[in-house]
Design a binder for this molecule. Structure first.
Ligand SMILES: *[C@@H]1O[C@H](CO)[C@@H](O)[C@H](O)[C@H]1NC(C)=O
Ligand SMILES: *[C@@H]1O[C@H](CO)[C@@H](O)[C@H](O)[C@H]1NC(C)=O
Ligand SMILES: *[C@@H]1O[C@H](CO)[C@@H](O)[C@H](O)[C@H]1NC(C)=O
Ligand SMILES: *[C@@H]1O[C@H](CO)[C@@H](O)[C@H](O)[C@H]1NC(C)=O
Length: 357
């Protein structure tokens, strides 16, 4: 009713309409298509998200909700521009993810082929992401542009996973930042972010060796203050050495694993094996020797519990315990480590099969 009334007013008294102070001016009447939607500057665009954060697992999918609507409501849909961008949790620049106008869309960089706009209902601008990588975490911004109106909201994507400290086979504090990045990748994981380490600290991670994080800082999580770890005087917390020189300084590392692509299992051997035999036994079984990140993910996300030490791909020997018991290490759950024994030593082995559940 109001629209019709104003339209009449426009044709009769255009100058008057343009001077109405409350912003109710419409454009697009010049082309004379009276069935066209009339846009008032007084119509407000709103954008919001049903969730402030979304949790997902590596290799899985995630939907980041975003929805827009007008107030007052429009009688017919309008074509808007939706842009999703990403601020990596690991630090760095805001990166374009996807831009869509109507049903056309374009995705960018590493996101190509992995993202699409949901568009299940009018105003739905949710971002659907598939095959999530460990390093996809961070803040995703949903921006909706309609003419001069521009509104946005954001959703934080966090992967469920596990942070684990990793030490070079040659011992403590051997890794530069690049070396740290590389060993995490070799173990099917990624450098942990501060938020991931902080979350693990809240869940009880207590580790007295300092390790690199994705942002180039070096920190360590302490739940039980003790003398060699900064002393009794300091409160529990994540302690930081701050940013260190990426090439000159050497520490351990905190890796993050969220891999649920496949299955980790202890290969029931007829006899114990040296490292080479262990690798071959997994291959013969249709898999491969498991990586440290895969064992941690299976322990944390699937509750893998097995009280036999086994070889892993990096030449370390470990076993995962979720139900602590006598003869299976300390009274807390954890992945127990025997370090890196000589490769001719005889143990069992943990294997990994991709795709298997
Ligand atoms: C007027 O606009 C409507 C909707 O945008 C369109 O379907 C119709 O064909 C247009 N008519 C003329 C005469 O341009
Ligand atoms: C993720 O989505 C794709 C495409 O929609 C589907 O084929 C796949 O099974 C999904 N993966 C998981 C882990 O849900
Ligand atoms: C994220 O990880 C994937 C695979 O792990 C890698 O291919 C990609 O380059 C990484 N992206 C960034 C921005 O580091
Ligand atoms: C493991 O044992 C095999 C013989 O079964 C031997 O050929 C191989 O060199 C051994 N590997 C290591 C790393 O000791």
């Amino acid at each position: 009713m109001m629209i019709c009334f104003l339209q009449v007013l426009v044709f009769l008294l255009p100058q008057l309409v343009f001077s109405i102070p409350n912003n109710f001016i419409y454009h697009d009447y010049i082309n004379g298509n009276s069935s066209k939607e009339i846009h008032f500057n007084g119509v407000k665009l709103h954008v919001d998200s049903a969730q402030a954060s979304v949790f997902a697992v590596g290799g899985g999918n995630a939907t980041m909700p975003c929805r827009f609507w007008y107030e007052p409501e429009l009688s017919s849909p309008r074509e808007v521009r939706v842009k999703w961008s990403w601020l990596p949790a690991a630090g760095g620049h805001q990166t374009d993810v996807l831009v869509a106008i109507g049903s056309r869309s374009r995705s960018f960089g590493d996101f190509r082929g992995r993202v699409q706009l949901r568009q299940d209902f009018p105003g739905d601008a949710a971002l659907v992401m598939t095959n999530l990588q460990c390093n996809d975490t961070g803040r995703y911004h949903c921006e909706v542009v309609d003419g001069l109106e521009d509104k946005s909201t954001s959703v934080y994507l966090e992967l469920r996973g596990v942070v684990f400290p990793y030490q070079h086979p040659h011992g403590r504090y051997q890794l530069s930042f690049l070396g740290a990045q590389q060993v995490c990748e070799e173990q099917d994981s990624t450098l942990a972010t501060f938020m991931q380490l902080f979350q693990s600290w809240k869940e009880g991670l207590n580790w007295c060796n300092a390790g690199w994080l994705a942002d180039g800082t070096v920190q360590y999580p302490i739940n039980k203050p003790r003398v060699p770890c900064g002393g009794h005087g300091l409160a529990p917390g994540v302690r930081s050495y701050g940013r260190r020189h990426l090439h000159l300084h050497h520490y351990d590392v905190f890796c993050f694993s969220s891999s649920l692509h496949g299955k980790v299992y202890f290969l029931q051997p007829s006899h114990k094996m040296n490292l080479t035999e262990a690798q071959q036994a997994c291959q013969k079984d249709g898999g491969e020797i498991a990586k440290v990140g895969q064992l941690y993910a299976a322990w944390k996300l699937r509750g893998l519990d097995h009280c036999d030490a086994g070889w892993l791909a990096d030449g370390s020997v470990r076993y995962p315990i979720t139900r602590p018991r006598i003869n299976c290490g300390p009274s807390e759950p954890g992945v127990r480590s025997f370090g890196f024994p000589p490769p001719q030593h005889k143990h069992g082995v943990y294997c990994y099969k991709a795709g298997a559940e």
